[in-house]
Design a protein around this ligand. Sequence first.
Ligand SMILES: O=C(O)CCC(=O)C(=O)O
Ligand SMILES: [Fe+2]
Length: 362
Amino acid sequence: MASSQPVSLASSSHLVLSIEEELAKDPKITVPERYVRVGQDPPILETPIPIPTIDMKQLVSIETKDLEKKKLHECCKEWGLFELVNHGVSSSLLEKLNDEIEGFFKLPLEEKTKYKIRPGDVQGYGTVVRSDNQRLDWGDRMYMIINPLHRRKPYLFPELPTSLRETLEAYLLESQRLAMQLFGYLGELLEMEMGEMEDLFEDGMQSVRMTYYPPCPQPELVVGLTPHSDAAGITILHQVNGVEGFQIKKDGVWIPVNFLPNAFVVNIGDILEILSNGLYNSIEHRANVNSEKERVSIAMFFNPKFEAEFGPASSMLNPNNPPLFRRVGMEKYFKDFFSRSLNGRTYLDYMRIKNGEANNAN
Ligand SMILES: O=C(O)CCC(=O)C(=O)O
Ligand SMILES: [Fe+2]
């Protein structure tokens, strides 16, 4: 049975609600010290290189599906992300979603404060700060678990403005449909037992992060979202207002990703890397900001059900390919994840079986 214990954090943590609030403290300061990052980023590739595209229509069509599935497999191994086109989510729903999310971030701060992260939790509006010297991201966020329904915090999703809630609910169903289709193909590609992947993710833990990146007077000094890989199975990322800023790290270089019109970016997360025993790549990414335009995004994270335990799939293991990662229950996986700060791919490393450690992944 799923327990509804909240994920608890170090008691020394505190909350920063919004950049608006930070700047209001001292309007003379353009970028408060706590947001400044210097000298830690590898170079950015000057010319963006195209990101592989997966076409949902081709994945389902009898004539093209084999070729498209092969391409999907290669994308997950080589890149750990792809742009998904012809996904079937209507442009009218996406336009409504865009308006509603932008409307949410434009609400007065007192309104958004109703959703602020409560002590010991990670869900809600704002950023949990775990130490005094932690560098902050130039972005305001709202993070919530939205599936299964009994895990929704009563003061978050159910209390959102009605039209935002209804639109998110519709988008949730559409993105679930897409994610389950993709999990089906990925299970086949990893030669998992029939239905094994679907069973793991059916009615799984789904969460959403909406982020508002305000324009920054000195964008080169800050980062919108710290480099990280997603802890999820897959993430469906939608860029709400068409302003670019999403970047991935490939072969040690940051590559800007230009979203194709009407495309989602799908990230392979740590759980898929674990299930595939390292064959798939959970891509490291970050968000940058600019001085003129605000940027808004919504990321839907798809995870196994809370009751599930997972580790490298047995189809990926043999005497020459021993398990690289530990088996773990979802509840513990997330508790451990949220007790740490986002930091590159360090959580995946934490899940790695170390030399000499007992191998319990079978
Ligand atoms: O805003 C973006 O483009 C990236 C969002 C993201 O990576 C996340 O929410 O985990
Ligand atoms: Fe992410």
